[in-house]
Design a protein around this ligand. Sequence first.
Ligand SMILES: N[C@@H](CCC(=O)N[C@@H](CS)C(=O)NCC(=O)O)C(=O)O
Length: 205
Amino acid sequence: MLTFYLAKGTVAVAVAILLEELGVPHHRRIVDFATEGQRSPDYLSLNPKGRVPAIATEDGVLTETGAILAYLAEAHGSAFLPDDLVTRAHVREVMFYLASTMHVAHAHKMRGARWADRPESWQDMAAKVPDTMADCCRYLEDALAFAPFAVGAEPTIADFYLFAVVRWAEGDGVTLTDTPRLSEWFEMMSERPSVRKLITEGEVL
Ligand SMILES: N[C@@H](CCC(=O)N[C@@H](CS)C(=O)NCC(=O)O)C(=O)O
């Protein structure tokens, strides 16, 4: 059985949603950020990057949200992946954007020490987060189909990844109602049974 390593409210939420949607039996292991569990020797031996999510499969450990989502989707008959080549490329386009740009923008709020040594530099980085996250939301507002899902009529793994990241926007000082299409999509995703279940359980969301 899969073992899924996560911390509450992190990007690992995307994987948690997909596991629920697919009904994949798995063990959950909560990595306790409060005690720096992500940097414990045990966890680093599993994922040397010291990040979540990670999954341990019978074929080894996988990390990176987008890679895990694609692996799980493909392992289950390409569920939540469009058949059409170009639409599937748009799914990856969204996920790469989230990994390379929007998640990194968000990380500047709490993780400035990754990039700079001086506390005043961290403050400067954190102060920029409402702007950079708002820019990301505006980009998504204009670029995505929202028809009603991110890339078309059916939900894809890009929706689950996007949900995990857009959840951070309000806390990062962004008013989601400024981007009405994104906001409406977010409300719709919040009502999915998988998401409601995770909220009710309270361990992941
Ligand atoms: N590119 C990675 C980023 C993972 C990542 O940075 N996760 C954060 C939580 S949202 C984390 O584990 N942070 C712990 C730390 O920085 O110590 C992915 O998408 O899986």
